[in-house]
Design a protein around this ligand. Structure first.
Ligand code: AKG
Length: 420
C-alpha cells in the first residue's frame, strides 16, 4: 500500500518541536559550505571514463541539456585533446547556450590549454599528478617543473578571461608541504579554484576534513573536491569536504567514472537535502533525478542498483510489520527523505510473513473492502501462515483477503432440518 505523507512533520523528519535541523552543519562553523555548495557535473568527462561509456554527440547533448535543466552549476567535458570528435562535441555543447557554465578538463600542458580555450568553454580545469607515485611512474616531473608549467598554463587561460581551476591529482598521497606550496603559488596568481582529488578513493572523511581545513587557511580562492568511491566514502567525503570549507563537489550521474566511479549526483542530493532542504530545493530540480539517471543508465547500458539512494527500486519500500505500522501513522518515523520531493511514492510491502495487520488493513481499504480490526488481524494470520511456506506476491494476498471478506460476509445458513 502507498500512504500519503499528510501527517505534519518538521523538515527532514525531525521531531515536532525541534527548532533547528539536527542534521544541518554546525551553525557556528562559518567556514562550512553545506548551505552554499555548487556542483561540477562530470558525467561527460569523468563519466566517459566509465568502462561501459560511449556517448555519441546526440547523447552528450541530451545529457548536457538534462543536467542544465536540473540546475547543475557547471558541466565538465572531456578534453578536446582526447580526440577530434571530443573537440567537436565540446564546441557543440558550448554553443547550446546552457545556463550551466561549460568546463573542459585538461592536462597541465600548453598544447591542451590552447585547444581548450579555442572551443568556447567558460572555464578550464587543469590537473597534474603530485603524488610520488604519479611523479615517478606517470609523468616523471618534479615539483618545480609542475609549478612552472602550472603558472604558464594558468596565466595563458586567464588571459582569455575564462575561469581556471588547478588541481593536484592523487592529493591524499601527495606530500602535504608540496601540496600547500603549489596551491599557494597558483592562488597567488589568481586561479578561480583549486581542486583536491582523491584519485584512488583512499581518503576517509576525517582526513578530508583536515586537508580541506588546512588548505582553507592557505588559499583565498574556492576549493573544489573530487572523490573516487573505491572504499565507499565518496558521498561522506564530499559532505565533510563541504563542512571543512570546500565549495564545489565533482559528481556524475550514478557516480559513473574510472573504476567504480565518483560521488553520485543523486546520492549527494540525498545527503544534502537532509542537511539543508531549502537550499537544495531552491537550486536543483531533484524530482528529475530519476529521469536523468534513467537516461544515463540507458546510455551506458547499466541498471540502476537496487540500493541506490532515492531511485533504487526499494529506496522507499517498507517491509517489517512494525515499520509499516509506524509509517502509516507518520512517514517520518522510518524515512529521512520524502519520496514526494523526488516525484516518487513510498510503498509498503505487505505480501510477506513479516507483514503486520496495520499494513493489511491499509490494503483492505485500498481494495475498497470493509473488515473490522479484529478481522484484519485474523486475515493477517492467514497471510503470515502462507508466507511461512512460500514466497508471496500481491495477488496471493489479495485473494486471501477477498476470500476472507466473502466468507465473513456470507450469511451462515442454519442447518436444514429433515423433520417435517
Ligand atoms: C582524478 O584525479 O581522479 C581525476 O579524475 C581528476 C580530478 C581533478 O581534476 O580534480
Amino acid at each position: 500500500p502507498q500512504v500519503n505523507d499528510d501527517v505534519p512533520s518538521t523538515a527532514n523528519g525531525a521531531t515536532e518541536g525541534i527548532k533547528r535541523n539536527p542534521y544541518a552543519s554546525n551553525a557556528s562553523d562559518l567556514l562550512s559550505n553545506v548551505s552554499n555548495f555548487q556542483l561540477i557535473e562530470s558525467t561527460l568527462r569523468e563519466g566517459e571514463q566509465f568502462a561501459n561509456a560511449f556517448f555519441s554527440t546526440e547523447t552528450k547533448i541530451k545529457i548536457a541539456k538534462a543536467l542544465d535543466d536540473f540546475g547543475v552549476d557547471y558541466i565538465e567535458l572531456t578534453s578536446p585533446a582526447a580526440s577530434e570528435q571530443s573537440r567537436k562535441d565540446c564546441e557543440a555543447i558550448c554553443k547550446l547556450g546552457l545556463k550551466a557554465k561549460i568546463l573542459t578538463h585538461i592536462r597541465c600542458h600548453m598544447d591542451d590549454a590552447k585547444l581548450a580555450v579555442s572551443t568556447g568553454v567558460d572555464g578550464v580545469d587543469v590537473v597534474i599528478g603530485t603524488s610520488s607515485f604519479l611523479r615517478q611512474y606517470s609523468h616523471g616531473k618534479d615539483m618545480s617543473y609542475i609549478a612552472k608549467s602550472a603558472v604558464e598554463v594558468i596565466e595563458f587561460v586567464k588571459s582569455h578571461n575564462i575561469e581556471i581551476r588547478f588541481s593536484s591529482e592523487d592529493s591524499f598521497r601527495s606530500d602535504l608541504v608540496d601540496l600547500l606550496n603549489i596551491y599557494r603559488t597558483v592562488d597567488k596568481i589568481g586561479v578561480n579554484r583549486v581542486g583536491i582529488a582523491d584519485t584512488v578513493g583512499c581518503a576517509n572523511p576525517r582526513q578530508v576534513y583536515e586537508l580541506v581545513r588546512t588548505l582553507r587557511s592557505v588559499v583565498s580562492c574556492d576549493i573544489e573536491c573530487h572523490f573516487h568511491n573505491d572504499t565507499g566514502c565518496a558521498i561522506a567525503n564530499a559532505y565533510t569536504a563541504l563542512e571543512g570549507g570546500a565549495r564545489l563537489i565533482d559528481v556524475s550521474v550514478l557516480g559513473i567514472g574510472e573504476r567504480n566511479g565518483i560521488t553520485p549526483l543523486g546520492g549527494l542530493m540525498a545527503r544534502m537535502i537532509v542537511a539543508d532542504r531549502d537550499y537544495v530545493l531552491s537550486k536543483y530540480k531533484i524530482h528529475k533525478i530519476r529521469e536523468i539517471e534513467n537516461l544515463v543508465a540507458e546510455a551506458v547500458e547499466v541498471n540502476i542498483p537496487f540500493n541506490n539512494p532515492i531511485t533504487g527500486f526499494c529506496a522507499f519500500t517498507h517491509k517489517a510489520g512494525i515499520h509499516a505500522k509506524a509509517i502509516l501513522a507518520n512517514p517520518s518515523t522510518y524515512e529521512i527523505l520524502k519520496p514526494d520531493d523526488f516525484g516518487l511514492t513510498r510503498y509498503i510491502h505487505f505480501a510477506n510473513r513479516l507483514t503486520g495487520w496495520n499494513a493489511i488493513k491499509s490494503r483492505v481499504d485500498q481494495l475498497n473492502l470493509h473488515l473490522t480490526d479484529e478481522q484484519c488481524k485474523e486475515v493477517t494470520m492467514k497471510i503470515k501462515k502462507l508466507g511461512d511456506v512460500r514466497h508471496l506476491n500481491i495477488d496471493d494476498v489479495d485473494s486471501i483477503i477477498r476470500d476472507f471478506h466473502t466468507d465473513v460476509n456470507t450469511p451462515r445458513l442454519s442447518p436444514v432440518s429433515s423433520d417435517k
